[in-house]
Design a binder for this molecule. Structure first.
Ligand SMILES: CC(C)(COP(=O)(O)OP(=O)(O)OC[C@H]1O[C@@H](n2cnc3c(N)ncnc32)[C@H](O)[C@@H]1OP(=O)(O)O)[C@@H](O)C(=O)NCCC(=O)NCCS
Length: 167
């Protein structure tokens, strides 16, 4: 967009949301590197292999703007983890900086929700850092709210690896 991003539906960028193709991978890797500052080609190639298996309820969708991708979203149906009924998990969404706030992210989320519904799932979940205000505002704008689970963690630096003879 030559005149920069603005808020609101009037500025929605028209994209076609479709399943990722191998030819999109370079664009995904490049977009992630721009967003995070870290190049992870092996990670994205591995995800591509694992999330394009037709028999599995996994979705790796891109926003095709004709001649390139404007963003992508990845998620899957997970069943019975932590006692939860099957639900849709979104674990990655990225939109390229030039078209943010043009409802590309909304179109990606809508599409993956429809994919989840096709798998008879009626709940969507995600996880984000508490201080990520943009992504928090985005998911809140889509009607997502705090759920019933909390995340716990612990450093394992002092736990010897299996087979490690340290005492
Ligand atoms: C989060 C992200 C995917 C949103 O994509 P987007 O295409 O810009 O989002 P949309 O245009 O569909 O925004 C929908 C709503 O989200 C909210 N929103 C989006 N960006 C916002 C911002 N920068 N500030 C405040 N609210 C924002 C607004 O309510 C907006 O609705 P409105 O435009 O009618 O006001 C995008 O900002 C992004 O890629 N961020 C960096 C990557 C990232 O952090 N990914 C998450 C970890 S995997």
């Amino acid at each position: 967009m030559a005149d920069g991003p603005q808020r609101g539906a009037a500025r929605a960028t028209d994209v076609a949301v479709r399943p990722v193709r191998v030819a999109d991978l370079a664009g995904v890797i490049d977009l992630d590197q721009r967003n995070t500052g870290v190049a992870k080609p092996e990670y994205w190639r591995d995800l591509y292999e694992r999330y394009t298996q037709p028999a599995r309820p996994r979705f790796f969708l891109v926003a095709d703007e004709g001649g390139g991708i404007a963003g992508f979203i990845i998620g899957e149906v997970r069943a019975w983890e932590f006692g939860s009924e099957p639900c849709g998990w979104v674990f990655a969404i990225q939109v390229k900086p030039e078209v943010r706030m043009h409802h590309v992210g909304s179109q990606l989320l809508d599409a993956i929700c429809k994919s989840f519904r096709r798998k008879n799932v009626n709940k969507i979940r995600t996880m984000l850092r508490r201080n990520e205000n943009v992504i928090m505002s985005f998911f809140r704008s889509q009607g997502m709210m705090a759920g019933p689970f909390i995340q716990l963690e612990k450093d394992l630096d002092d736990v010897p690896a299996e087979g490690d003879r340290r005492t």
